[in-house]
Ligand binder design. Structure first.
Ligand code: ADE
Length: 221
């Protein structure tokens, strides 16, 4: 899979893509990630990418020309263009599962006070990572890249994501490791029983109980 990220702040991504699982996925060519500064596409003599809003109001608005030219120069018929914006569809595991099957994602990070409304016409999807406002689309783009990359074949073991929280609209069951007793807090007996059927049943029940208690909205889906 190829992911192109259109941003004015490519350096913000350094740490996230240079550590751990994403770093390995890039090195092993499971994913190709390109950071594209759309300022490089501006035709403005002063390199501007934003301007004041028509009708007045605070702040600067990203202009159409650099983003249109950039997207049009990289998009193919395999591309899915995604705009990160707080008024998009709220991101979830199902969307990550869908995106991980695509060949080419183009993620557009908005910034400043907003972007010209006509930029939406370039996009196939608009995605928000939650009901709060961030300074720009960079952190949301990192969230998408992380959640999608871990689902790509061979990046982590198949078993790891079968058990993920949300994979069946259920939260994850509790897990424990050594020691069996830590400061009087003991590992549930069933997990030491060696009885695989009992363990599977227990995990399923714990998932259901936790989902019922914390996220009953998931069970009604
Ligand atoms: N840009 C600013 N806030 C955002 C959010 N919550 N989701 C996606 N993009 C954003």
């Amino acid at each position: 899979m190829k992911i192109d990220i259109l941003t004015l702040f490519p350096n913000m991504f350094d740490g996230v893509f240079q550590e751990s699982i994403i770093k390995r996925a890039i090195e092993e060519k499971k994913v190709e990630i390109n950071l594209i500064n759309f300022r490089d596409y501006t035709e403005d003599p002063h390199n501007k990418v934003d301007d004041t809003p028509f009708g007045g109001g605070a702040g600067m608005v990203l202009t159409c020309q650099p983003i249109f030219d950039c997207v049009e120069s990289i998009r193919t018929e395999d591309s899915v263009v995604v705009l990160l914006t707080p008024d998009g569809e709220v991101y979830n595991q199902q969307m990550a599962n869908d995106f991980c099957l695509k060949k080419h994602l183009i993620l557009i990070c908005g910034h400043y006070e907003g972007f010209d409304e006509r930029i939406r016409s370039l996009c196939d999807r608009e995605v928000s990572i939650g009901d709060y406002v961030l300074t720009g689309g960079e952190v949301p783009a990192m969230v998408l890249v992380d959640s999608i990359t871990r689902l790509l074949p061979g990046v982590i073991t198949e078993e790891s994501h079968q058990n993920d929280s949300f994979q069946e609209n259920l939260l994850d069951y509790p897990t424990y490791t050594k020691p069996r007793d830590f400061r009087g807090m003991e590992v549930p007996e069933v997990l030491i029983s060696g009885d695989h059927q009992r363990i599977a049943n227990w995990r399923r029940e714990e998932s259901l109980k936790k989902t019922q208690a914390r996220r009953p909205d998931l069970l009604s889906k």
